[in-house]
Ligand binder design. Sequence first.
Ligand SMILES: C[S@@+](CC[C@H](N)C(=O)[O-])C[C@H]1O[C@@H](n2cnc3c(N)ncnc32)[C@H](O)[C@@H]1O
Length: 437
Amino acid sequence: MSAISINTSNKTKLKKNRKFVNEESFYSSLNRKNASKVLPKTMKLAKKKQELFKIKQFKESHCKGDRPSVNAFHYDGFDDFSYVIYGENNLGQVISTSRLLLDSVKGFPDDSNFPKAVSDMRNQGVKMAELGRLLVVEDKVKQFRSHYKSIFLLAKMQKIDVVLIVMKRKHVSSHKKMMSVKVLANEMGCSWDEEQAELSLVAWEINAEQPKFYKWVKLEVEKYSTQLWDKYSTSHLGVMVSVQRDVYKDLSERLYGKVLDAGCGSGRIMAYLQDNQQISSYLGVDASDNMIKHARWLKEQLSFDQATLDVSLVEGISGKFDCIVSVHSYYSWCEPQQVLAHLYKLLRPDGAFFLVTPNDDFDPELLTKVVRQELLGHPYYDEFISINQSIAEQAIAQKLYIPMDELIVRVHQAGFRVKTAHNNFFLGGASYLELVR
Ligand SMILES: C[S@@+](CC[C@H](N)C(=O)[O-])C[C@H]1O[C@@H](n2cnc3c(N)ncnc32)[C@H](O)[C@@H]1O
């Protein structure tokens, strides 16, 4: 049994995962409707009783062992605290299933067999979940890959630090090669099948770098970590340069009705939106807890009652919006095409989407000069410059600031039509597109 040190997304959120004192608040935090949207197309999230019944029948016909023990294993009462996912063949028959169980006041079914490392992590505020009840009977390679990808995306969405997996000991080395797993217990002292195979417990570190895993599940490598955006949030809210203000002013006059801000950061645009009486509501979403924390503070200061701020991936949002706005977030999306396609669905048929993102003319030196002229002496000056420089360096190295022509091809692929396209802001270093359906 080895000690483990885990990179948590936010160690200050001590025991956050244990805060659910009643089951109702836990269910709503699962938000299954939104969660189903982050899954690959081939996978389904069981939301209805009929789906759980289909999965039950599938398990009963494929699980070896006597009925009572199979039942006890699969119907342990933890499904309500989980995401139960499944895959089907062309005939609509279930061919695979797995479950991501979130840690809660109920804990995990095998908690009593788990080593002390698990309760230590829990006490340190590491946010945990358990991947289990994985059963695949057809199209095995693809189905396994889709389940691991689904579990990973759901864990990311729920900001899970560690996914625990109990597995046969012989499978540990293949997992180690592929993903960032650490062995917590080599021998669990219990077994689940007829061969009485030895079981190990591993901790899969969701936020670790694991390029082989990303490649296997065909995910683009995470461009920027949520921790970076968390760190940036204070100076993001505390600093405003004229080049940014010009964009917000322009947009604030064009938006109307129900507005979604995709990757709103600390919500600085709200200060400008407030004067526009055409805006009935504003939903700002961002993957970073700290960005949203600052945005909520700003909303209070402004008494901007129409605003709602949610910690969420853009991909997890539902509803219909008259206008969508996204400033300097596109380049950081892990799956830009998927997000664009999702935004297309969220936009009302006669609505408008304003997409602003740095292009290949973005000149960090020139912009630093502007920031220097306007902000030198500001308490956040150094931090602001240093974070922005590292964001830009990475973007330039990975070609994330794409030319406007390329951006236009991509938005067309997602179904949008371009109404306006220019580079009048950020000293020519940003593409500004007004898109319609
Ligand atoms: C540079 S900040 C821009 C914030 C703001 N729109 C502004 O005008 O400054 C980029 C933000 O995009 C957010 N982000 C990146 N990918 C996201 C996703 N898939 N869903 C939600 N937010 C995302 C990051 O958390 C980060 O706060």
